[in-house]
Design a protein around this ligand. Sequence first.
Ligand code: GLN
Length: 492
Amino acid sequence: MTDLHRLSIQQLSEGLSSRQFSSRELTQHYLNRIEKIDAQVNSFVTVTPEFALSQADTADVAIQAGKATALTGIPLAHKDIFCTQGIKTTAGSKMLDNFISPYDATVVAKAKAAGLVTLGKVNMDEFAMGSATENSYYGATKNPWNLQHVSGGSSGGSAASVAADLAPFSTGTDTGGSIRQPASFCGLTGLKPTYGRVSRFGMIAYASSMDQGGPLARSAEDCAYLLNVMAGHDAKDSTSIDKEVDNYVANLNQTSIKGLRIGIPKQYFDVKGLDAEVRARVEQSLKQLEELGATLVEIDLSMVDAYVPTYYLIAPAEASSNLSRYDGVRYGYRCENPQDLNDLYRRSRSEGFGAEVQRRILIGTYALSAGYYDAYYVKAQKVRRLIQQDFLKAFEQVDVIAAPSAPTTAYKIGASLDPVEIYLGDIYTIAVNLAGLPAINAPVGFDQHNLPVGLQLIGNYWSESQLLSIVHQYQQVTDWHTKRAAIAEENA
Ligand code: GLN
């Protein structure tokens, strides 16, 4: 059974329930692959073999007893931003290198309750701030399609672990593109749900008004299985919405592409940094959708120039507040031999946080300080409202909006981009978070260097079923999502 890692979630579910293989065999298969291959990829921060195998044994008993859910016994990897009881949760930071949470995040608890097996915790940009997973204390995660290139970020470990077939699917979070952009860079399907669909309880906070968890997987179908587990109201998260959860798997064939109105924001395709090959692949995928019966409608999203300045004001402002809890007193990193309380704060935070996190804390603190608050923070909030209204107006005309997920494919590790260049790379994803909308990335081809290109579809509030269904239909007639990186071909 050397090719268990080739099976879809549905095939894994069927294989387990018909006893073609046990959860222990499946889990061991993935653990072997991680051991053999991950040194090259660096997608895992922590691998939990003993815990995984004991969960697998419990799953096997449940399957024998006829008490299994569709996902019982299937392994997954959690982004290292979700708190896991008894297992280190680092958020990619030296600050939390020694942090073991006393409780599980709701997403983790739900995964456990569904019988999923935790392989370990995967790498990310420090506190989810970044677009390449180069800002991790644990080193960059490499792109399985080309190990010289970045995996994207901040959920780079989530994406790379799946793209290298080291996990069948993974959890991620998306505050400004951190599910969609790494999914795009690694040739995966990734969904950022509507703000409030997935509980943020136990998910380490970056920018709380935008943070949202979601699945990364090979296909829309695989994402639907994981979203079925992740989604739902949670009394422990006041921003989680009490709204019935769809059965995303059952709804996969719900939306027909025939008659679908897809909005094409003309400003998006005029963005200066948009790579010609990315543009060509995305346009080709839109043509395919047109051939399947969709209508392409040119729309206006005129606020595009405001996206980067607005997001990079609000996100750091919220981050500076959220990260004030890391003071070296209660938990996390503490400097050696503090002279007094101020010295303890100053050195613990200077030594515990990396450069990008410090930059954002400074920007955010500045924007929130007396005298600047109205000029920067309040103004950004007003612009945020305009951006949201721009989308709502567009949804009066169209069902979904199409865009690239990123202006380029994965760039080289250490490409020494300055922060502003990196921020500009988020232009297609961040407005969705400012507005709280759901959006999905689907792989739609490769550039000349064989690096994946992604199409983003943005939906109206609570349209997760529709987005998954559209991509599912597309994946029934195309095979981009079945392509494997060379490293994923290696057998353990
Ligand atoms: N790249 C964006 C940032 O650095 C988005 C990150 C995210 O979604 N967590 O803030």
